[in-house]
Design a protein around this ligand. Structure first.
Ligand SMILES: NC(=O)c1ccc[n+]([C@@H]2O[C@H](COP(=O)([O-])OP(=O)(O)OC[C@H]3O[C@@H](n4cnc5c(N)ncnc54)[C@H](OP(=O)(O)O)[C@@H]3O)[C@@H](O)[C@H]2O)c1
Length: 478
């Protein structure tokens, strides 16, 4: 007789309950049996962290959980989560609130936070969702926020600065923190939320990229779930549910190719900020739209996938898929490829991360593959997209290097948006910052303080570097 706490359900049929299989972790035997019996013998909310030995790095356990328990319709009606939303005024934030509107029985907003540049919108959100705690990062806006909320007819804790964000992230009544802040500013509140035992719905990829070496052990220690909301990682996450341990051999991340997908390399010298902001398929915040044009967004996602799923860099492939219908794929050890598809709509991955391990009904229009017609895939042009190789390089180097890549990119994008550098100089600024970091300050096993120091150092280095002067110096020497 196999003991129930040794059984891991990995394949089931809802049509014929008899055709279900569980793996006995004790004796390593696969047992065929009845789904109802298996489920009654397993703990109700048990989930199993996958250890993908075949594809994964030996010293990294995956951050994302894998649910092997069967979906049960009666349980979906029980989904009720209290959420704190960081970055509520942005693209991710407003789409999260659309989901709350559509599933008001399932989600309640208890906390909201933003940067401070759209305070009127933030105040409207507070009046509508009536959160118990709110925060604005920019402390110069705090007094105005107090004034605008003077006539609020219920008790709401109002905070400012980093501490205000941390208080929101740790708010005792919440179950889930949705991180829609842009950039590395999300790192400290996310670390605080994990330490407070909150599950994380992760949109803010920069946090995991810079802080991966610190976040991965914290997730393990505090037994929280990090649920990916980025569309590609959500796709992988969805494909992985039910995949047995050791079966994953490769992750295939799809990329739209961004605004300059069809622009020849030689014309990239002349592109403007407005050109870079025209994404062919997705409507997103400005920073991520520019990252999509340079393919740095995909590079950051490669590092994000490494930490989320514990997968080695050589087993993460990027392919250009102009239609953005296949959101990403996994290849299994038997060469079977599983893909997740859908219209390019961020609400779907957000909803799945918020409702996991359940599925909720939403009345969106179905994906019509006949209407889509063609799905095509091609290799990214490494000359046209140097940021992709820089990200692989930083990820493989590990330690503080991904934090440096991320900070240098944030600064370079900021300078491009300010018309200080050209589009092609974004990669030059990042490359310069990474190579300087390598020669002195690199830390192999960083603490949170090392990461924060590397982040600040990289921002300053990227800010002070003039790619034009550098080019002239080299020309003069030549
Ligand atoms: N948009 C997408 O479709 C998408 C898809 C996948 C992943 N992501 C990721 O999700 C994150 C958010 O992207 P987004 O496109 O939603 O950006 P966005 O539209 O620019 O919104 C960013 C949000 O973060 C807030 N914020 C900025 N700095 C802050 C700080 N220091 N402290 C607290 N809040 C701060 C902003 O507040 P104010 O503007 O009010 O100051 C705003 O609410 C990024 O990491 C991005 O890579 C986005």
């Amino acid at each position: 007789m196999h003991k129930s706490n040794h059984l891991m359900l990995f394949s089931y049929s809802l049509l014929s309950f008899q055709n279900s299989y569980a793996l006995c972790k004790k004796c390593n035997k696969v047992i065929k049996g009845n789904l109802r019996v298996f489920l009654s013998r397993q703990k109700k909310k048990e989930s199993f962290r996958a250890v993908f030995l075949a594809a994964n790095t030996k010293d990294l356990s995956p951050v994302a959980p894998v649910q092997t328990q069967a979906w049960s319709e009666s349980e979906t009606t029980k989904v009720h989560k209290k959420i704190v939303l960081l970055g509520s005024t942005g693209s991710i934030g407003t789409q999260t609130l659309e989901i709350v509107d559509a599933c008001s029985e399932n989600f309640q907003v208890v906390g909201l936070a933003c940067g401070g540049s759209r305070l009127d919108q933030f105040v409207s959100q507070i009046r509508k969702y009536r959160p118990k705690i709110v925060a604005v990062f920019d402390t110069t806006q705090l007094q105005r926020l107090h004034t605008l909320l003077k006539d609020l007819d219920y008790d709401c804790q109002i905070g400012g600065g980093e501490q205000g964000l941390v208080d929101c992230a740790c708010f005792p009544e919440s179950d889930l923190v949705v991180t829609g802040i842009v950039g590395c500013a999300g790192l400290i509140p996310t670390v605080a939320a994990i330490k407070a035992g909150k599950d994380i719905c992760l949109a803010n990829k920069e946090t995991l990229i810079a802080g991966g070496p610190v976040i991965a052990p914290l997730v393990e220690k505090h037994r929280v779930n990090v649920l990916p909301a980025d569309s590609e990682h959500s796709a992988i996450f969805q494909c992985l549910q039910g995949v047995p341990s050791g079966a994953l051999s490769k992750i295939i991340l799809t990329a739209s190719g961004g605004a300059f997908r069809d622009t020849p390399l030689e014309d990239l010298h002349y592109v403007t900020l407005n050109d870079a902001l025209k994404h062919p398929n997705w409507t997103m915040g400005a920073k991520i739209t520019i990252d999509s044009a340079t393919l740095m967004n995909k590079g950051l996602e490669v590092i994000e996938a490494h930490f989320l799923f514990g997968t080695a860099y050589d087993n993460i492939q990027v392919v250009i898929h102009p239609q953005s219908i296949v959101h990403s794929m996994i290849e299994l050890c038997d060469t079977s490829v599983i893909a997740q598809m859908g219209w390019p709509d961020m609400r779907l991955p957000l909803l799945y991360a918020m409702s996991w391990p359940h599925r909720l009904f939403l009345p969106y229009s179905s994906l019509d593959l006949v209407k889509v017609g063609t799905l095509s895939f091609k290799e990214p042009d490494r000359n046209k997209y140097p940021c992709l190789d820089l990200a692989y390089e930083a990820g493989k180097r590990g330690g503080t290097m991904p934090a440096v890549l991320n900070a240098a990119n944030e600064e370079a994008v900021f300078r491009f948006r300010n018309n200080e550098i050209s589009y092609l100089e974004i990669a030059k600024v990042i490359e310069h910052t990474m190579s300087h970091h390598e020669t002195g300050l690199f830390v192999e096993r960083p603490s949170l303080d090392d990461i924060l120091y590397a982040d600040q150092w990289a921002r300053k280095t990227a800010r002070d570097f003039s790619p034009k002067l550098h080019f002239m110096k080299h020309s003069a020497v030549a």
